[in-house]
Design a protein around this ligand. Structure first.
Ligand code: NI
Length: 342
């Protein structure tokens, strides 16, 4: 009697194995516990849209980027940006209903990116890096570390041209090759794009529409490339940043030690005023922009910057050729609403 009431040993072992497999499966979902990877039929239409325009004719002989070997991670943020891109293609900042601020760093990755990252990590400030596609492969560990520490990578073109001067094919190469590089080296699908110099027009907006990227400009410019000291940058940002602000800084394009030195003061000062920091995508999710900016019919002519040539396996361009030579926004007297597209 007692024997028949107790399950046999082999049955107990099988049940135990099934439970173990089940627990392991439930805890899975990615090497870092992320569960945002679309799986099979779980991909939303947004996720699908995020992948549109990703293939075909987007590389040239000189800027070819190897295709991703694995599917990029399509995050919740990327889906939200695809939705936002339906309505707000150009955005300067959040809606201002929050106490959130996003620090953004352009023109990397480069020699100063790791120092920038270390400072942000020390202060626990999630930030967004708008990268140049042609530099990504020379700093793979930096790019991976950025993502691993919870920051965001985004598209800033392949080689920093004024995109309003490009043909459609050239434009697509600039954007989609950079996206491919980020997919490959960062393993994520970027949802934000920032045009170099803030230079954009209706044609560019129209031609990039299928990519479902939010075109993010900024409302606070540190002008860190003009030789300002760290303290001058801190003072300017503390005087002008408001809820929903997107702060433009640089981690590439030249020596950024003053920028790195300004991060602590900016973060500490804004936190003292009650502000918190997040990535640009999360800021736009939690504090959506109020309305779309009208695309300017044209932009002022810009000084030409040397167009960097793809290195073709030669020495990596450690010095970003970007170094903005033309002010893309002048600080407005009241610190609000500088016009980065002029
Ligand atoms: Ni730039």
């Amino acid at each position: 009697m007692a024997r028949s009431a107790r399950p046999p040993l082999w049955l107990a072992i099988i049940i135990g194995l099934v439970l173990l497999v089940g627990v392991a499966w439930a805890l899975g979902g990615g090497p870092d516990g992320q569960s945002d990877v679309p799986t099979g039929g779980g991909a939303t239409t947004d996720a699908v849209a995020a992948r549109t325009a990703s293939d075909g004719g987007t590389t040239t002989a000189t800027t070819r980027t190897p295709r991703a070997t694995s599917e990029p991670r399509i995050t919740r943020e990327r889906r939200a940006m695809a939705r936002l891109a339906r309505h707000n293609l150009q955005v300067r900042a959040g809606g201002g209903r929050s106490k959130l601020v996003a620090l953004t760093f352009d023109d990397g990755p480069g020699p100063d990116t790791m120092a920038t990252l270390r400072e942000l990590n020390r202060l626990k400030v999630p930030s967004t890096f708008f990268m140049l596609g042609q530099l990504v492969r020379y700093h793979p560990d930096t790019v991976k570390a950025i993502v691993r520490h919870g920051h965001e990578v985004a598209i800033h073109t392949w080689s920093h041209p004024d995109i309003t001067t490009l043909s459609r094919t050239e434009l697509e190469n600039q954007i989609f090759d950079t996206r491919a590089a980020l997919r490959r080296y960062a393993g994520v699908e970027p949802g934000l794009f920032r045009p170099p110099y803030g230079s954009i027009n209706d044609r560019v907006v129209r031609q990039l529409r299928p990519a479902r990227l939010v075109h993010l400009l900024w409302d606070v410019d540190t002008r860190d490339w003009t030789g300002l000291s760290s303290q001058e940058m801190v003072d300017m940002v503390l005087a002008t940043a408001t809820g929903g602000s997107v702060v433009l800084m640089h981690d590439g394009g030249g020596n950024r030690s003053q920028t790195v030195g300004a991060i602590d003061g900016i973060v500490t000062g804004l936190r003292a005023k009650g502000y918190e920091f997040t990535t640009a995508s999360r800021l736009l999710m939690e504090d959506p922009p109020l309305e779309s900016l009208p695309a300017p019919a044209s932009t002022a002519p810009l000084q030409s910057t040397p167009t960097p040539t793809a290195p073709d396996g030669s020495a990596p361009p450690e010095l970003n050729p970007d170094a903005p030579t033309t002010p893309v926004s002048s600080p407005s007297p009241n610190g609000e609403g500088p016009s980065p597209v002029e």
